[in-house]
Write a protein that binds this ligand. Structure first.
Ligand code: SF4
Ligand code: SF4
Ligand code: SF4
Length: 167
């Protein structure tokens, strides 16, 4: 089954639980911000009385035509058949940062050994029928993971509801 992420920014409260859960799941050092595989960004929207803060939780999007994959000169990045998860093979990575330059979302991180690392969609958890750690802890259910068809249909329904409500 192929997998995708969906973030409902109307629900995200910027609590950082997803980012902390990811660091815990992947034994990343809390507080070492550049190594975080999931980050939560604060965005200001609107102006005057309608100004408000929005929060965007972002990790690897496992892009369909992944620019990082195309930029990697060694074939260290590959898309897994079936799940469509974009993976990195540390043994093939030479730490050239080409993927980092190519990724439009600033996702690739580099560990102490200089090789690229990023979200693998919690593949081990998925293999055991568990949700990704970041999705499991999200208290407002802003973050979801599932098949692209189901998530895409939910996004369309939400957009249709907004249109109907005139917002
Ligand atoms: S690292 Fe960036 S370009 Fe590559 S799949 Fe993830 S989001 Fe897409
Ligand atoms: S840093 Fe590693 S994964 Fe990224 S493009 Fe270079 S060899 Fe490929
Ligand atoms: S799916 Fe797993 S590795 Fe990816 S951002 Fe969520 S917790 Fe981190």
């Amino acid at each position: 089954m192929s997998h995708a992420f969906y973030l409902d920014i109307d629900r995200c409260t910027g609590c950082f639980a997803c980012a902390v859960a990811c660091m815990d799941q992947n034994d990343l050092e809390i507080g070492a911000e550049p190594t975080a595989w999931r980050q939560v960004f604060t965005v200001e929207t609107g102006s005057g009385p309608s100004a408000r803060l929005r929060y965007v939780s972002l990790a690897c999007m496992h892009c369909e035509d992944a620019p990082c994959l195309m930029a990697c000169p060694t074939g260290a990045i590959a898309r897994e058949a079936g799940t469509r998860v974009v993976r990195v093979d540390a043994d093939l990575c030479i730490g050239c940062h080409s993927c980092s330059i190519a990724c439009p979302f600033g996702v690739p991180r580099f560990g102490e050994d200089g090789t690229m690392q990023k979200c693998d969609l919690c593949s081990v958890r998925l293999e055991h029928g568990l949700e990704p750690a970041c999705v499991r802890v999200c208290p407002s259910k802003a973050l979801r993971q599932g098949s692209p068809n189901v998530l895409g249909s939910d996004v369309e329904k939400k957009a249709a509801g907004r249109l109907a409500a005139g917002s």
